[in-house]
Design a protein around this ligand. Structure first.
Ligand SMILES: [Zn+2]
Length: 172
């Protein structure tokens, strides 16, 4: 019988369905592969037990130094300027730049949105029809909300009505 490959034993260990029955049947009959599977179990258990080390204070700086040369030339100068500062760069610095990028994206989105909404305004017959439809709807909604605003105090008063006196002469 052909022994399963190490990858197949690891997949079996991980509980993967593919080829599971074949491996299980083989392992039941093959002491060699049973030992191998036990070894894999023990190894992976030991790996999982190792605590993940803290990245350390200069982790951000080290990562940055590794990736900054790969950035385009123009930007790299900016990163170099940041990195050449005497004090070590904290975790915050790259994040700050991410924030700057996010704000720039928002500004750009607002700019594009502004342009698009301007483009809609020109009075093509379609746009005009849409505008009047929208106005109609806004008016209708305003009427509805006015109705509710008028109705609301009444309802509030009704709720605030004191309980009927016990002798019953307050009956409506
Ligand atoms: Zn085997």
């Amino acid at each position: 019988m052909k022994h399963p490959k190490e990858e197949e034993l690891i997949a079996y260990h991980d509980g993967e369905d593919a080829g599971r029955e074949g491996v299980a049947a083989h392992v039941a009959d093959c002491p060699e592969c049973r030992d191998e599977l036990e070894r894999i179990d023990a190894l992976l258990a030991a790996l999982n037990a190792i605590p993940v080390p803290e990245p350390g204070e200069d982790y951000g700086q080290r990562v940055w130094q590794q990736i900054s040369p790969r950035l385009p030339e123009k930007r790299a100068r900016w990163w170099d300027f940041l990195l050449s500062q005497p004090k070590p760069i904290s975790w915050l610095e790259p994040r700050r730049w991410v924030a700057v990028g996010a704000v720039a994206a928002l500004v750009l989105a607002a700019f594009i949105a502004g342009r698009l909404s301007k483009q809609v305004v020109p009075a093509s017959p379609m746009a005009a029809a849409d505008t009047s439809k929208v106005r109609e709807r806004v008016l209708r909604e305003r009427k509805t909300s006015q109705h509710f605003q008028r109705a609301a105090p009444r309802r509030r008063l009704a709720r605030r009505k004191p309980p009927l006196p016990a002798n019953g002469d307050g009956a409506r």
